[in-house]
Design a protein around this ligand. Sequence first.
Ligand code: 5AD
Ligand code: SF4
Length: 433
Amino acid sequence: MNVSDSERVATQLAAEGYEITARESAADVVLLNTCSVREKAEHKLFTRVGQVGKAAAERGVKKPLLGILGCVAQLEGETLFARSQAIDFVLGTRAVGRVSQAIEKASGGQKFYADLGEREETYDWAVTGAQRHSPYVAFVPIIEGCNKFCTYCIVPFSRGREKSLPASEIVRHVARLRREGIKEVHLIGQNVNSYRPRTDDGLGEFRGATQFSRLLRAVAATGIERIKFTTSFPRDFHPDIVEALNEHENLCNWVHLPVQSGSNRILKLMRRGHTIENYLERIDKIKSSPRRIALTTDIIVGFPGETDEDFQATLDLAEYCKFNSAYVFKYSPRPGTPAHEMSDDVSPQSKTERFLRLDKLIRFHQREVFDDYINRTLEVLAEKISGKHSGQISGHSTCQMVVNFEGVRDLLGKIVKVKILESKANTLYGKIC
Ligand code: 5AD
Ligand code: SF4
């Protein structure tokens, strides 16, 4: 979501005559887009702010205008000015459409300029090719914000309430991307499957048990080559999503379904709204698909009150699910969340031990999952020349695996069939067939 926000900010600024530079030393304005999901991410902001000031001082030039965007900006607002004098303006998560006003105000001498307001009704979600992270892959936001209030999570506070974009706009957006030569779209949102637009506009003829599965069918009908979506919320993961995947080749073989814990007791304390039993029902439905759908997840270890037994339940769950990959995080208390009021009673040492044990188990199963791709043929979008091995191209499969293979530059942007010969670390290696 943050990468997508940055792409839109860059698009808007370029349209207004600003030149986007990748060289920080050449910049008159530096914008830092921030994350507050864990404390570590927040700390990074202050390290980067310090670096911007220091780099200018070392070169003996005036410090560039410095703007803070994103979740930390939204949560901390004007207090950021007191924490660092180098910060010139602050722009909240839904105020990014007014970035040029903020630059103008701050460069005109206005001190402590902060805009934490709401998104304009006319906000333009489009991104131009030049500002996209990839020439072939585009992010398409379909829902922003979150209403779930999991007890550990700051996102509902930083990103506000759920707001779904009209389906007609999303479908038009994807159709335009297809015409522009984009091969893969990622429908993104904190919880894509909680998608609930105000009207059925754009969904009319498409059937489905939920508005999200209808949207999947509507987007599939645009004929774009690949559609991925992330993140899905387990409670709202209706089996009809799997049916839609089974029906449409261009809906990809990948579901990211964050479980967070394998213990029902902890899930309840987290207020996740799902139990392990209903999570596993969803996993079984996904695994029963005739397609080979890759599963990924997020897990938090060391949530307040997590016992060895609770943690063992998480290990058991990982054993059962055999994820393609899992993002494992140590619990990080976030001020303002309900869990912050609970005693953070798992010691840092236990958190580290649990993190390492779970990570090891997941990697162990990963080997098994990855080795199972050997001798299979995957469809891979050739995205870039591999940085590590010259003559090799790197891309993603429909199941979101990184695949490297020998090939020439002309293949970039094409979807090719690659026979997998080897799996190493997080990458599959193969040859075009
Ligand atoms: N501590 C640790 N991990 C967290 N996440 C969200 N909030 C916290 C927190 N306070 C993780 C969850 C979520 C992912 C994006 O970040 O696993 O799915
Ligand atoms: Fe955070 Fe829960 Fe919302 Fe995900 S669903 S963004 S974990 S509150």
